[in-house]
Design a protein around this ligand. Sequence first.
Ligand code: SF4
Length: 97
Amino acid sequence: MSTEENVTLDKRLMLINFAKDPEPFIVVDTEKCNSCKTKPCLYICPAEVYTWQEKLNYNTEGCMETGACLIVCHKLGAAAITWKYPSGGKGVAFKSG
Ligand code: SF4
């Protein structure tokens, strides 16, 4: 296994800058999540924005703005996610890559 394969998610996320938008750009109707059978958001997000501890939790800091969560939630889940890009100058900025 190469050194690159051993890099943790936290270390990978340190390669991005994130300017917090005071307006929430992801909003989840978590009541719908309780009846979501597949919960694909837990598996699709490379930044692990979504976690489940007795209910859906989400932390948008570190969101890479792929929009994948929105697609899987609406195609396979219970359509609970509302998502838009952060305001201008906010959100993710990649340092390299
Ligand atoms: S996929 Fe959508 S509805 Fe299902 S748990 Fe995730 S956010 Fe909730």
